[in-house]
Ligand binder design. Structure first.
Ligand code: G3P
Ligand code: MG
Length: 261
Protein backbone atom coordinates (compact mmCIF):
# COMPACT_ATOMS: atom_id res chain seq x y z
CA UNK A 1 0.00 0.00 0.00
CA UNK A 2 1.35 3.41 -0.97
CA UNK A 3 1.13 6.30 1.42
CA UNK A 4 -1.48 8.94 0.68
CA UNK A 5 -0.76 12.53 1.56
CA UNK A 6 -3.86 14.48 2.73
CA UNK A 7 -5.77 16.20 -0.09
CA UNK A 8 -4.08 19.62 -0.26
CA UNK A 9 -6.98 21.66 -1.69
CA UNK A 10 -10.46 22.70 -0.57
CA UNK A 11 -12.66 19.63 -0.13
CA UNK A 12 -15.73 21.13 -1.78
CA UNK A 13 -15.52 22.84 -5.16
CA UNK A 14 -18.17 24.62 -7.17
CA UNK A 15 -19.11 22.49 -10.18
CA UNK A 16 -18.87 24.49 -13.41
CA UNK A 17 -17.81 27.38 -11.21
CA UNK A 18 -21.12 28.14 -9.59
CA UNK A 19 -23.28 25.04 -9.74
CA UNK A 20 -26.91 25.93 -10.28
CA UNK A 21 -26.76 29.36 -8.65
CA UNK A 22 -25.85 31.39 -11.78
CA UNK A 23 -24.97 30.71 -15.44
CA UNK A 24 -22.39 27.93 -15.41
CA UNK A 25 -18.82 28.52 -16.54
CA UNK A 26 -19.05 32.32 -16.59
CA UNK A 27 -17.14 34.91 -14.60
CA UNK A 28 -20.45 36.19 -13.23
CA UNK A 29 -21.11 32.67 -12.04
CA UNK A 30 -17.70 32.39 -10.40
CA UNK A 31 -18.31 35.68 -8.60
CA UNK A 32 -21.54 34.22 -7.33
CA UNK A 33 -19.59 31.26 -6.01
CA UNK A 34 -17.43 33.64 -4.03
CA UNK A 35 -20.57 35.10 -2.46
CA UNK A 36 -21.33 31.62 -1.14
CA UNK A 37 -17.80 31.43 0.24
CA UNK A 38 -16.47 29.04 -2.40
CA UNK A 39 -12.78 29.41 -3.20
CA UNK A 40 -12.45 26.31 -5.37
CA UNK A 41 -14.00 25.66 -8.76
CA UNK A 42 -14.30 22.87 -11.28
CA UNK A 43 -14.57 24.23 -14.82
CA UNK A 44 -14.46 22.96 -18.41
CA UNK A 45 -11.99 24.07 -21.11
CA UNK A 46 -12.42 23.43 -24.86
CA UNK A 47 -10.62 24.78 -27.94
CA UNK A 48 -12.27 27.38 -30.16
CA UNK A 49 -11.58 27.42 -33.91
CA UNK A 50 -8.38 29.44 -33.48
CA UNK A 51 -7.17 26.94 -30.86
CA UNK A 52 -7.70 29.32 -27.95
CA UNK A 53 -9.16 27.51 -24.91
CA UNK A 54 -12.58 28.79 -23.96
CA UNK A 55 -14.68 27.89 -20.93
CA UNK A 56 -17.76 25.94 -21.91
CA UNK A 57 -19.21 22.52 -21.15
CA UNK A 58 -21.00 21.38 -24.32
CA UNK A 59 -19.50 21.11 -27.79
CA UNK A 60 -22.87 22.26 -29.16
CA UNK A 61 -23.65 25.80 -28.08
CA UNK A 62 -27.44 25.57 -28.00
CA UNK A 63 -28.03 24.67 -24.35
CA UNK A 64 -26.20 27.68 -22.90
CA UNK A 65 -26.31 30.00 -25.94
CA UNK A 66 -29.99 29.96 -26.81
CA UNK A 67 -30.89 29.50 -30.44
CA UNK A 68 -27.29 28.99 -31.60
CA UNK A 69 -26.96 25.75 -33.50
CA UNK A 70 -23.20 26.03 -34.04
CA UNK A 71 -20.47 24.10 -32.27
CA UNK A 72 -17.47 25.38 -30.31
CA UNK A 73 -14.86 24.47 -32.99
CA UNK A 74 -16.80 26.53 -35.56
CA UNK A 75 -16.23 29.83 -33.73
CA UNK A 76 -13.11 31.81 -33.04
CA UNK A 77 -12.35 33.01 -29.54
CA UNK A 78 -13.12 36.53 -30.77
CA UNK A 79 -16.59 35.42 -31.82
CA UNK A 80 -17.07 33.90 -28.38
CA UNK A 81 -16.81 37.37 -26.90
CA UNK A 82 -20.15 38.35 -28.37
CA UNK A 83 -22.12 35.23 -27.43
CA UNK A 84 -24.87 35.40 -24.84
CA UNK A 85 -24.27 32.58 -22.35
CA UNK A 86 -26.48 34.09 -19.65
CA UNK A 87 -30.03 34.46 -20.98
CA UNK A 88 -30.72 30.74 -20.72
CA UNK A 89 -30.34 31.12 -16.95
CA UNK A 90 -32.40 34.26 -16.58
CA UNK A 91 -32.90 37.77 -17.96
CA UNK A 92 -30.64 39.28 -15.30
CA UNK A 93 -27.73 37.59 -16.99
CA UNK A 94 -28.54 38.58 -20.58
CA UNK A 95 -25.34 39.24 -22.52
CA UNK A 96 -22.97 37.43 -20.18
CA UNK A 97 -20.24 35.99 -22.39
CA UNK A 98 -18.36 32.70 -22.09
CA UNK A 99 -14.86 33.58 -20.89
CA UNK A 100 -11.55 32.30 -22.19
CA UNK A 101 -9.44 30.01 -20.03
CA UNK A 102 -6.89 32.79 -19.74
CA UNK A 103 -9.49 35.21 -18.36
CA UNK A 104 -10.64 32.63 -15.83
CA UNK A 105 -7.14 31.76 -14.72
CA UNK A 106 -6.34 35.45 -14.23
CA UNK A 107 -9.56 35.92 -12.28
CA UNK A 108 -8.91 32.87 -10.10
CA UNK A 109 -5.40 33.98 -9.37
CA UNK A 110 -6.53 37.50 -8.48
CA UNK A 111 -9.23 36.14 -6.16
CA UNK A 112 -7.31 33.27 -4.63
CA UNK A 113 -9.63 30.65 -6.08
CA UNK A 114 -8.28 27.15 -6.74
CA UNK A 115 -9.04 25.48 -10.06
CA UNK A 116 -9.81 21.96 -11.14
CA UNK A 117 -9.54 22.42 -14.90
CA UNK A 118 -11.45 19.73 -16.73
CA UNK A 119 -9.96 19.37 -20.20
CA UNK A 120 -13.07 18.89 -22.29
CA UNK A 121 -12.06 18.29 -25.91
CA UNK A 122 -14.36 18.61 -28.87
CA UNK A 123 -14.68 15.43 -30.92
CA UNK A 124 -11.30 14.27 -32.24
CA UNK A 125 -9.29 17.02 -30.55
CA UNK A 126 -8.25 15.39 -27.29
CA UNK A 127 -4.48 15.37 -27.66
CA UNK A 128 -4.33 18.89 -29.06
CA UNK A 129 -6.68 20.26 -26.39
CA UNK A 130 -4.59 18.69 -23.66
CA UNK A 131 -1.43 20.14 -25.10
CA UNK A 132 -2.80 23.66 -25.54
CA UNK A 133 -4.54 23.81 -22.17
CA UNK A 134 -1.40 22.43 -20.54
CA UNK A 135 0.86 24.97 -22.20
CA UNK A 136 -1.30 27.98 -21.34
CA UNK A 137 -1.91 26.88 -17.76
CA UNK A 138 1.78 26.19 -17.21
CA UNK A 139 2.61 29.68 -18.48
CA UNK A 140 0.05 31.47 -16.31
CA UNK A 141 0.79 29.41 -13.20
CA UNK A 142 4.57 29.19 -13.75
CA UNK A 143 5.40 30.62 -10.33
CA UNK A 144 3.33 27.93 -8.55
CA UNK A 145 4.72 24.93 -10.39
CA UNK A 146 7.23 22.80 -8.56
CA UNK A 147 9.43 20.13 -10.07
CA UNK A 148 7.68 16.76 -10.01
CA UNK A 149 4.57 18.58 -8.82
CA UNK A 150 2.49 15.78 -10.33
CA UNK A 151 3.47 13.64 -7.35
CA UNK A 152 1.21 13.98 -4.31
CA UNK A 153 4.07 14.74 -1.96
CA UNK A 154 5.30 17.69 -4.04
CA UNK A 155 2.00 19.35 -4.89
CA UNK A 156 1.61 23.07 -4.46
CA UNK A 157 -1.94 23.87 -3.24
CA UNK A 158 -1.86 27.02 -5.38
CA UNK A 159 -1.41 25.07 -8.59
CA UNK A 160 -4.46 23.77 -10.48
CA UNK A 161 -5.37 20.13 -10.97
CA UNK A 162 -6.21 18.90 -14.47
CA UNK A 163 -8.80 16.22 -15.09
CA UNK A 164 -10.29 14.63 -18.16
CA UNK A 165 -12.44 11.75 -19.32
CA UNK A 166 -10.15 11.61 -22.36
CA UNK A 167 -6.89 9.79 -21.91
CA UNK A 168 -5.30 11.60 -24.84
CA UNK A 169 -6.18 14.92 -23.26
CA UNK A 170 -4.27 13.88 -20.14
CA UNK A 171 -1.44 12.70 -22.36
CA UNK A 172 -1.31 16.09 -24.10
CA UNK A 173 -1.27 17.96 -20.80
CA UNK A 174 1.46 15.65 -19.54
CA UNK A 175 3.58 16.60 -22.56
CA UNK A 176 3.30 20.37 -22.17
CA UNK A 177 2.73 20.68 -18.42
CA UNK A 178 4.33 17.59 -16.92
CA UNK A 179 4.57 19.06 -13.43
CA UNK A 180 0.90 20.07 -13.11
CA UNK A 181 -1.02 17.26 -11.38
CA UNK A 182 -3.58 15.20 -13.24
CA UNK A 183 -6.71 13.22 -12.39
CA UNK A 184 -8.55 10.65 -14.49
CA UNK A 185 -12.28 11.29 -14.81
CA UNK A 186 -14.67 8.38 -15.14
CA UNK A 187 -18.38 7.67 -15.09
CA UNK A 188 -18.79 3.94 -15.49
CA UNK A 189 -15.75 2.30 -13.98
CA UNK A 190 -13.55 1.00 -16.81
CA UNK A 191 -11.59 -2.22 -16.35
CA UNK A 192 -8.27 -0.48 -16.97
CA UNK A 193 -8.68 2.48 -14.56
CA UNK A 194 -5.56 1.44 -12.64
CA UNK A 195 -3.48 1.31 -15.83
CA UNK A 196 -4.62 4.77 -16.90
CA UNK A 197 -3.84 6.28 -13.50
CA UNK A 198 -0.38 4.80 -13.70
CA UNK A 199 0.33 5.60 -17.34
CA UNK A 200 -0.83 9.22 -17.05
CA UNK A 201 0.96 9.61 -13.71
CA UNK A 202 -2.26 10.76 -12.07
CA UNK A 203 -2.75 11.78 -8.47
CA UNK A 204 -6.50 11.25 -8.36
CA UNK A 205 -9.50 9.39 -9.72
CA UNK A 206 -12.57 11.58 -10.36
CA UNK A 207 -15.68 9.46 -10.04
CA UNK A 208 -19.44 9.73 -10.32
CA UNK A 209 -20.61 9.70 -6.70
CA UNK A 210 -23.59 7.52 -7.66
CA UNK A 211 -21.27 4.66 -8.54
CA UNK A 212 -19.21 4.83 -5.37
CA UNK A 213 -19.11 2.16 -2.70
CA UNK A 214 -16.96 2.15 0.44
CA UNK A 215 -15.10 -0.84 -1.01
CA UNK A 216 -14.22 0.90 -4.27
CA UNK A 217 -13.12 4.08 -2.49
CA UNK A 218 -10.90 1.96 -0.24
CA UNK A 219 -9.39 0.17 -3.23
CA UNK A 220 -8.47 3.43 -4.95
CA UNK A 221 -7.12 4.93 -1.75
CA UNK A 222 -5.09 1.81 -1.00
CA UNK A 223 -3.37 2.26 -4.34
CA UNK A 224 -2.37 5.73 -3.20
CA UNK A 225 -4.73 7.90 -5.25
CA UNK A 226 -7.12 10.57 -4.10
CA UNK A 227 -10.83 10.20 -4.86
CA UNK A 228 -12.75 13.25 -6.08
CA UNK A 229 -16.50 12.73 -6.60
CA UNK A 230 -18.72 14.60 -8.99
CA UNK A 231 -21.44 15.86 -8.37
CA UNK A 232 -23.20 15.10 -5.06
CA UNK A 233 -25.68 17.78 -4.03
CA UNK A 234 -26.91 16.54 -0.65
CA UNK A 235 -24.75 17.55 2.35
CA UNK A 236 -25.69 14.36 4.21
CA UNK A 237 -24.53 12.22 1.29
CA UNK A 238 -21.33 14.23 0.98
CA UNK A 239 -20.54 13.61 4.65
CA UNK A 240 -21.11 9.91 4.06
CA UNK A 241 -18.73 9.97 1.08
CA UNK A 242 -16.13 11.70 3.25
CA UNK A 243 -16.58 8.96 5.87
CA UNK A 244 -15.88 6.39 3.17
CA UNK A 245 -12.59 8.13 2.48
CA UNK A 246 -13.54 10.32 -0.48
CA UNK A 247 -11.15 13.27 -0.42
CA UNK A 248 -13.15 15.96 -2.18
CA UNK A 249 -16.27 16.67 -4.21
CA UNK A 250 -17.67 19.23 -6.56
CA UNK A 251 -21.28 20.23 -6.12
CA UNK A 252 -24.02 22.16 -7.89
CA UNK A 253 -25.80 23.20 -4.69
CA UNK A 254 -23.70 26.04 -3.36
CA UNK A 255 -26.86 27.18 -1.62
CA UNK A 256 -27.13 23.92 0.37
CA UNK A 257 -23.54 22.72 0.77
CA UNK A 258 -21.24 24.85 2.91
CA UNK A 259 -17.79 25.05 1.29
CA UNK A 260 -16.23 24.06 4.62
CA UNK A 261 -18.46 21.00 5.11
O1 G3P B 1 -15.27 17.15 -13.44
C1 G3P B 1 -16.39 16.57 -12.93
C2 G3P B 1 -17.62 16.80 -13.77
O2 G3P B 1 -17.64 18.12 -14.22
C3 G3P B 1 -17.71 15.88 -14.91
O3 G3P B 1 -18.89 16.00 -15.59
O4 G3P B 1 -20.14 16.62 -17.57
O5 G3P B 1 -20.19 18.11 -15.60
O6 G3P B 1 -18.14 17.97 -16.98
P1 G3P B 1 -19.34 17.24 -16.46
MG1 MG C 1 -16.74 19.28 -15.84
Amino acid sequence: MRSTIPWPYARVAAHRGCGTTAPENTLEGFRNGLRFGYRAIETDAMLAKDKVPVIIHDEKLARTVLGDERTVPELTSLEFRSLDAGSWFGPAYCGVTPPSLEQVIRWCRANDVWMNIEIKPAMGAALETGRVVGELTAKLYADTIVKDGFKQENISPACPLFSSFERDALRGAMETAPDIPRGFLIDEIPDDWRDVLEEMQCVSLHTNWKRMTPEFVREVKDLGYWVFCWTPNDPVKILELFRWGVDAVCTDRLDLVPPSL
